[in-house]
Design a protein. Structure first.
Length: 257
């Protein structure tokens, strides 16, 4: 019972640390998108779409090839996620229950300090399975948006002059595909601590702390400031920064264009 207390204590704390960090990151993206890598990349993707649609005769093939590469990346993650889900489903098969029961009496997992019961093992494997299934669904949605964007990016917006089809709309579609791809990748990240949970709550808790520290350096960037072409005075820089903030909020889908 004393060993199970670590699972009841360290595992929820580790998950709370992961969830709290992503809630803080979401707030950062909404309020200060230019101070996060996700927000800056969203702005740059909108600029990329506008640049591609300036001359479709020259940039059409390049735009489609770029989106196809993103589709291939999402397809790779989706295939990996569904394959790992199948492996986890096989490990959860009752025919493998003998290995879990033997671990209670001193088996290959005798060094694990924590819950080694069959129910605990099933919960661990089921948690990993849920992460991989969520990653699969998110990457499928990413493929959906990228495929839709590959069709819209070749439409001559200037000739049609349609209020329902603009470069800003295509930019939002591309950003949504990228967001789903990022969410799917986060689901893979969440599976690492859950996988280490198989070896005990202590490795799981330490991996949560290490993962949050790593993600912080990957997600947060220095304040992004566009250099004012007209000068470097404080008012110009402040105005440019406010424009970047507004552009960032539009890029993350918080302001309708």
């Amino acid at each position: 019972m004393e060993e199970k207390i670590l699972d009841y204590l360290l595992v929820p704390i580790g998950l709370m640390i992961m969830v709290a960090y992503h809630l803080w990151l979401l707030h950062r993206i909404i309020k200060h998108p230019t101070k996060t890598v996700i927000g800056i990349n969203a702005i740059n993707r909108r600029y990329w779409v506008q640049a591609m649609t300036e001359d479709m005769s020259k940039n059409g093939v390049l735009a489609v090839q770029t989106l196809r590469n993103n589709i291939m990346a999402s397809t790779l993650l989706a295939s990996t996620a569904i394959m790992l889900s199948s492996v986890i489903a096989v490990l959860m098969n009752p025919s493998h229950g003998s290995s879990s029961q033997s671990s209670d009496q001193g088996g290959p997992l005798d060094f694990v300090f924590g819950d080694r019961s069959q129910l605990g093992s099933s919960i661990k494997f089921f948690s990993i399975l849920v992460c991989f299934l969520i990653a699969f669904l998110l990457n499928v949605q990413s493929i959906r948006y990228y495929s839709h964007a590959s069709i819209l990016v070749n439409v001559p917006f200037k000739k049609l002059a349609s209020p329902y089809l603009t470069a800003e709309y295509v930019g939002r579609i591309v950003n949504r595909g990228s967001y789903f791809w990022s969410f799917g990748l986060r689901a893979f990240y969440f599976s690492f601590p859950l996988f280490l949970w198989i070896f005990g709550p202590v490795p799981m808790f330490l991996s949560c702390i290490a993962l949050v520290c790593m993600l912080y350096f990957l997600d947060v960037t220095l304040e992004f400031r566009a250099i004012d072409a007209g000068g470097s005075d404080g008012a110009g820089m402040e105005l440019s920064h406010s424009c970047d903030e507004e552009q960032g909020r539009q890029s993350v889908g918080l302001v309708q264009c």
